[in-house]
Design a protein around this ligand. Structure first.
Ligand code: TXA
Ligand code: MG
Length: 321
């Protein structure tokens, strides 16, 4: 892997794009300090320019490069959860080009918990801006193969196998001592409160402005209709795929049944959610997909957030975004 990391770092330093694994999903990276390189990310993803990117770092010192006057509470938060699936939105420094933040005065920063990602950032010697390595609106990639399916023409793909967490990082904005959830993920606000009691006040309200497209109602969608089971179905249409989360006998007949977990473990459901949707998308015997919901509690909040956004555009009678 050493040689590949050096090659990938050279691509980054030459202003190119590298897809790389993180613990959550694969990222499509460019030198965060090079606006032209970052512009190529938007082009490759067909991503609207109002949608800011997360900057990935490998050293705590880089927090001070990307943001000015980082409060002690944010350092404590970073020390507790980094490297890990938590993105912290902070006021940006002059070093961060506007294209990275889509003109916002804030920047999202995280240190991924994946050795290949950390080695790439260290070898490139620059912070790496990276959204998930999928076309805008489509399923997030959790393997190098998924990246190739959607983005076959990018300069370099580092193959680190399947990601472990499987859904994108939790995003929080910290202002003063108020910590607001912008996108649910593996780490919950309860985890933060438990790890750092009394340090933050928590704002559970949905941000007023569209500060995070994680807030778009439709996102992360497979190319085939996806429906969340209501429990009232007596039978599924022909050529249906069915995704379940424990090894219960499927009471509904389907052309293809997949399990994200044998035991209903939410950690496993999260890890296998996008890969099961990718597999159904690729399965020629399946024309529509049905998926069982999970309880909206703990990690289930983030899982249902992704599931509902993936299914949103296929619901009848909704305003499409
Ligand atoms: O786990 C992850 O976060 C993955 C891996 C590759 O790190 N990345 C990821 O990036 O999910 P992306 O671009 O697919 O989603 C990033 C989200 C977007 O919804 C974006 O709007 C939000 O982060 N974001 C980035 N900067 C922001 C900022 N300054 N303020 C508010 N939201 C921000
Ligand atoms: Mg994404």
């Amino acid at each position: 892997m050493d040689k590949q990391i050096q090659e990938a770092a050279a691509v980054i330093n030459n202003g190119g794009l590298v897809a790389f694994p993180t613990e959550t999903v694969y990222g499509l990276g460019a030198n965060a300090l090079n606006p032209i390189a970052v512009a190529k990310i938007f082009e490759a993803k067909e991503r609207p320019s109002f949608d800011p990117l997360i900057v990935h770092i490998a050293s705590f010192d880089d927090l001070n490069v990307l943001s000015d006057n980082v409060p002690q509470s944010v350092f404590m938060l970073a020390q507790k959860f980094w490297p890990g699936p938590l993105t912290i939105v902070l006021p940006k420094s002059k070093m961060v080009p506007d294209i990275v933040t889509s003109g916002l005065e804030t920047v999202g920063i995280r240190m991924p918990n994946n050795e290949v990602a950390l080695q790439l950032i260290r070898a490139a010697k620059c912070p790496i801006a990276a959204p998930s390595a999928n076309k805008f609106g489509q399923l997030s990639p959790v393997s190098a193969k998924h990246v190739r399916k959607q983005l076959p023409n990018i300069d370099y793909i580092l193959d680190g196998g399947f990601t472990t967490v499987g859904i994108e990082s939790t995003i929080v904005a910290v202002e003063g001592n108020v910590c607001q959830l912008l996108r649910p993920g593996f780490i919950t606000l309860e985890d933060i409160e438990k790890a750092l009691p009394g340090v933050f006040e928590f704002d559970y309200s949905t941000p007023q402005k569209l500060v995070s497209p994680g807030l778009l109602k439709s996102h992360y969608s497979p190319k085939k209709p996806l429906y969340i089971l209501t429990g009232a179905e007596e039978q599924l249409p022909e050529h249906s795929g069915l995704i379940l989360h424990s090894n219960e006998a499927a009471t509904l007949e389907a052309s293809c049944v997949m399990y994200t977990s044998q035991t209903g473990s939410l950690v496993e459901v999260a890890a296998n959610l996008f890969s099961s949707l990718h597999a159904m998308e690729e399965n020629d015997s399946v024309t529509q997909i049905f998926i069982k919901p999970v309880e909206i509690k703990g990690l289930g909040v983030a899982i249902m957030d992704r599931m509902r956004k993936a299914a949103y555009q296929y619901q009848p009678n909704v305003d499409k975004e």
